[in-house]
Design a protein around this ligand. Structure first.
Ligand code: TRP
Length: 435
């Protein structure tokens, strides 16, 4: 249970409530959502199981685990580079994740002080653009968020975290249901549902398929060794399949709820689904601003969202911190301050992407867009590909069946997915979208 809570805490975060709706909106909804769900089940699930079983067998940080198992299974110590790529991915992701998490912190204060009470769509939109347009303001909230994250990780985490996640996820769920109720009453619920679930495959490009795959990896926290790092603490007798299924279900459920709450509001207020990273901040405060008790609910909502982001930030730092501690024999506090400081500095690239450097675009867009694209759409899928190849082909059948329990059908299904479907699927999408 503690393990499921820790992994759920890392999986449920900005990816579900901030990122899923805006990426789905940018990619036209319908077909994107179906591809995303297929990726979660056919690729996300086997990758998560592979990561956990590797982590539990290695019982070290992801770099050392991949090195050890690479040798133990008669392959090569070079598998450590998969762990290494995960360490880098975690650092890069947190550099922008922390900036967005800073926005949610600011929105606690804005909500509590009644900024959104009865506000119009224009006013809510202006509040958002005024805020992110000010690099000092979002630089400050990024700094506060990183400081909070470094503080917990440095102190050795996890104590108390479990209890907190146990409360946070259900509370978040209740508030999402409240928003859903509001959406259903908005008169535009049907339009929102249609946008999310009516697929138009003609509009689906390889770029959108890759975005769906990348989102599946991002939201489940897989492909970078984070779940592997948690797996290192997993007791022998816990079912990896059961734990993975629980996490995947909770995570996917919250994302879909977020979409169902947000898209009707988009249409009801004449906004556009392809609004980008501001989507959640331009819609949900609007709904809260119009309901009775809105100031209270809005404040609680952003507290919970900040909290969800915080438990994810801890997971994003874990591979890097564990590696520094074990490899360079530093204390946990030293390693955290070092990694946190690096992430804090890198984060200013994303801070500036929303204001001073908003018009400086290349490849995928702003600096923020590029860091996101590189990590979610390239590094995580590539990591997942290598992890499934390792678990499915490099590790011998007995090693994996030891970990997963050779319970006939389930083990065969996992092995089929890990050996063929997941790696081949990822490869096809990467090749078509990138080349
Ligand atoms: N899954 C997190 C979210 O949805 C983000 C994330 C990606 C993450 N990779 C991770 C969190 C690794 C912890 C560890 O918000």
């Amino acid at each position: 249970m503690a393990f499921v809570l820790a992994v759920t805490g890392s999986a449920v975060g900005l990816g579900n409530i901030w990122k899923f709706p805006y990426i789905a909106g940018q990619n036209g909804g319908g077909a994107f959502v179906l591809v995303y769900l297929a990726c979660v089940v056919l690729i996300g699930m086997p990758v998560m199981m592979s990561e956990i079983l590797i982590g539990r067998r290695g019982r070290r940080n992801p770099v050392a685990t991949m090195e050890l198992l690479g040798k133990e299974e008669g392959s090569s110590a070079n598998w450590k580079w998969v762990g290494g790529m995960g360490v880098v991915a975690g650092i890069l992701i947190l550099s922008y994740y922390s900036v967005i998490a800073g926005w949610t912190l600011a929105y606690i204060v804005k909500s509590a002080t009644g900024v959104f009470a009865g506000a119009s769509a224009e006013a809510v939109g202006a509040e958002f653009s005024g805020f992110v347009g000010n690099w000092k303001a979002i630089g400050l909230t990024h700094t506060i968020f990183m400081a909070l994250s470094v503080f917990v990780v440095a102190r050795g985490v996890e104590r108390g975290l479990e209890q907190a996640v146990r409360f946070m996820v259900p509370a978040l769920l209740i508030l999402m249901l409240l928003l859903l109720l509001y959406s259903i009453n908005s008169g535009y619920f049907g339009q929102g549902v249609a946008f999310m679930f009516t697929p138009n495959f003609e509009l689906l490009t390889w770029g959108s398929v890759l975005a769906a795959l990348g989102q599946a990896f991002f939201t489940l926290s897989i492909g970078m060794g984070a779940v592997m790092a948690y797996g290192a603490y997993l007791p022998e007798e816990t079912s990896i399949t059961g734990a993975s299924a629980a996490v995947v279900t909770a995570d996917t459920g919250i994302a879909i709820l977020a979409g169902l709450a947000i898209f009707p509001l988009v249409f009801a207020n004449g906004l556009t689904p392809a609004d980008g990273p501001g989507l959640v901040f331009n819609t949900l405060p609007l709904a809260f601003g119009q309901m009775s008790g809105g100031v209270f609910f809005s404040t609680i909502f952003f507290v919970l969202l900040s909290f969800a982001a915080w438990t994810s930030a801890i997971g994003l730092m874990e591979p890097a911190v564990a590696w520094i501690v074990e490899h360079f024999h530093k204390t946990r506090a030293q390693a955290t301050v070092l990694i946190g400081g690096l992430i804090w500095v890198l984060g200013f690239g994303s801070v500036l992407s929303f204001n001073v450097l908003a018009d400086t675009t290349f490849l995928a867009g702003t600096l923020f867009d590029n860091v996101d694209y590189l990590t979610s759409n390239i590094m995580l899928p590539l990591g997942g590909l290598l992890i499934t190849v390792f678990a499915g082909w490099v590790m011998c059948r007995n090693s994996t069946s030891d970990e997963l329990g050779n319970s006939g059908m389930l083990f065969k299904a996992w092995r089929m997915l890990a050996r063929f479907i997941a790696p081949i699927g990822i490869l096809i999408v990467l090749v078509n979208a990138v080349l």
